[in-house]
Design a protein around this ligand. Structure first.
Ligand SMILES: [Zn+2]
Length: 277
């Protein structure tokens, strides 16, 4: 980003939008991270004011998240061999425990397909169906980064920072997981406002788009919800709420201040789908 544009952006947005709005912004954070977009074609207008701490805090999460974005995109037009290679070596070097294992047994594959709600692709023998299994720990970096995207979109659409005591919850899946996609599609149906990340002269519709909705300003408690899809693959859902009754706080809600400063993870760590592989 050019220096002048950068300075202007920081002047217009003097506070970091990821840690509650009290820390001055010193840097510009591209969210979703640029590594998520093939051919380095990332959408315009997704630059956010951040403090150094928030920018640095998600560096490793970004690697895992963008790896999953590249891995799960089923649209051949979005394939980028070099970026996928980079994403893979980032995983091997920095997150060796999270590198997926290739499934080889026919029974494992049959079970995987069943759990995903998928049929064996026609004309393909079971032993040729590509499938991998993941360490469930991969959910942590992905859900943390999904929450960061949620905070960025909140800032973008609500024109204000989610405060420190606001709570976040997130979830993710991929388009091939037909079973989980059903619930994501259902949630998206309730989110009327649709945005497609765009860049001059490039159709971005199949690369990055999100839906969102916010509670009526008259309501007592403010709630913001968004679902985003990367290409024909990864999908995330993020909820941000001003306040919640105590009993609901147990099920994976994390405060904005904890999200960036601790190892807390918003959303569901136990993804039953992954655990059973
Ligand atoms: Zn910050």
């Amino acid at each position: 980003m050019k220096l002048g544009k950068r300075r202007k952006l920081l002047e217009a947005h003097p506070f970091c939008c990821f840690c509650g709005g009290a820390t001055p912004s010193l840097t510009i954070d591209h969210v979703p991270n640029r590594a998520c977009f093939p051919q380095r074609q990332f959408p315009d207008g997704f630059e956010f004011p951040a403090c150094q701490l928030c920018q640095d805090a998600s560096r490793k999460d970004e690697q895992v998240f963008s790896f999953m974005v590249h891995l799960s995109d089923q649209n051949p037009a979005n394939r980028d061999r070099d970026m996928a290679k980079n994403a893979i070596s980032g995983m091997v070097n920095n997150h060796p425990m999270l590198v997926p294992e290739v499934l080889s047994g026919a029974n494992d594959k049959r079970r995987a397909l069943r759990q995903l709600g998928q049929q064996r692709p026609e004309g393909l023998y079971l032993d040729r169906v590509p499938a991998v299994s993941f360490n469930p720990e991969i959910n942590r970096p992905i859900l943390r980064y999904a929450s960061k995207i949620g905070l960025a979109l909140y800032y973008r659409e609500m024109f204000k920072v989610a405060l420190q005591n606001y709570l976040i919850w997130s979830a993710w899946t991929q388009a091939t997981n037909l079973k989980q996609m059903e619930s994501f599609v259902e949630v998206s149906g309730f989110l009327p406002k649709m945005t497609i990340g765009s860049r001059t002269n490039i159709n971005f519709g199949d690369r990055f788009r999100y839906r969102w909705s916010a509670s009526d300003p008259e309501e007592d408690v403010e709630v913001f919800a968004t679902t985003c899809q990367f290409g024909d693959g990864m999908v995330i859902a993020v909820l941000i709420a001003e306040d919640l009754p105590i009993e609901e706080q147990r099920s994976g809600w994390v405060s904005v201040s904890d999200l960036m400063s601790t190892d807390s993870v918003p959303g569901l760590i136990e993804n039953p789908l992954m655990r059973d592989y």
